[in-house]
Design a protein around this ligand. Structure first.
Ligand code: AKG
Ligand code: FE2
Length: 325
């Protein structure tokens, strides 16, 4: 495999105009060479684009459908009902966010999406993990939790492939993700029709905070990714795929060799859009610092080490404001 630093130098000189597709059919194959071939494709994608689609990922289409249907039913509820589980009442960032109450890009006026946030089921209210808050309808939890678990499994497979891509032991992240507070969101973007005020977008330009994001989109286009020439490239929905993107923490681990690429979503389709990102990072107390394979005398470490949980918590507090009790 080509060295990480030379790939990063190559990537600087190029700009992407499409997002690669990585086939995960052999992701859990007993054949190391087959797994390495996938890791190589991921390495290319992460150094040049920071985004890739995955196909043959093993998450069943019926789990996706059931979870998205439950999300739609939830967003159809009256606002008073949804506000009963307002995220600002939760000590650990779980629950409902109303339209325009977040703002990913400080230049903008608010994000035109509403969301529901959840994490692993747990009774302990420690740091970022802690109990979920569920809407009154018990069918929602039953539909959403198995989907969350399936995407989390895909995330663990991806962490192994990222480790291989970074020339590390395949299980490098295993003991760092034993109680990861991976947050999954269900999102609803109403259509933006007529004259669109550029300061109100589905989600304003931003990069993600965790190691990587696994995003499921429905069939409605909205997501765009910024290339290094400053052009927005469409991440057009592809049937039965997830979009995976590098987040700020993996960029820090890799000393920016893997790119945490800026993206946004604007729903100009005329119809309602639903999507669901899962943000996968390491456990709270893991120190995020540049990997030895990603530094050299010419490329010294760019970032101070940080505690993974402190980093994400500070970012979330910025997005959601203070906790109301
Ligand atoms: O809904 C999408 O397509 C993107 C969502 C996103 O970028 C995020 O939630 O961080
Ligand atoms: Fe994002």
């Amino acid at each position: 495999m080509s060295s990480l630093i030379s790939l990063a130098d190559e990537a600087k000189a190029t700009s992407f105009d499409q997002i690669p597709v990585v086939d995960l059919s052999n992701a859990n194959s007993p054949n190391l060479e087959a797994r390495r071939a996938i890791a190589q494709a991921i390495k290319e994608a992460c150094t040049k684009v920071g985004f890739f689609y995955v196909k043959n990922h093993g998450v069943s289409a019926s789990l996706v459908e059931t979870a998205f249907a439950a999300g739609k039913n939830f967003f159809d509820l009256p606002i008073d009902e949804k506000m009963k589980i307002d995220i600002r009442k939760s000590p650990n960032f779980k629950g409902y966010t109303a339209l325009l109450s977040e703002n990913a890009d400080p230049e903008n006026r608010g994000d035109l999406h509403e969301g529901f946030d959840m994490g692993p089921e747990s009774d302990e209210n420690i740091a970022m993990s802690g109990s979920n808050v569920w809407p009154a309808d018990p069918g929602f939890r039953e539909a959403v939790l198995p989907y969350y678990d399936a995407v989390l499994d895909l995330g663990r497979t991806l962490f192994r492939l990222f480790a291989l891509a970074l020339e590390l032991p395949e299980d490098f992240f295993a003991d760092k993700t034993t109680q990861s507070a991976a947050i999954m969101r269900l999102l609803h973007y109403p259509p933006q029709t007529g004259v669109v005020d550029d300061r109100v977008q589905g989600i304003g330009a931003h990069s993600d905070y965790e190691c990587f994001t696994i995003l499921r989109q429905d069939t409605v286009p909205a997501l765009q990714v910024l290339n290094n020439s400053g052009k927005w490239i469409d991440a057009t929905p592809m049937p039965d795929t997830f979009v995976v993107n590098v987040g700020d923490q993996l960029a820090r681990w890799t000393n920016d060799i893997f790119k945490s690429t800026v993206h946004r979503a604007i729903n100009r389709s005329g119809v309602t859009r639903y999507s669901s990102p899962l943000f996968f990072g390491t456990d709270y107390n893991v120190v995020v610092e540049a990997l030895p394979t990603c530094v050299s005398p010419e490329r010294p470490s760019k970032y101070e080490p940080v505690l993974a949980g402190d980093y994400v918590k500070a970012k979330l507090e910025e997005s959601y404001g203070h906790v109301e009790k």
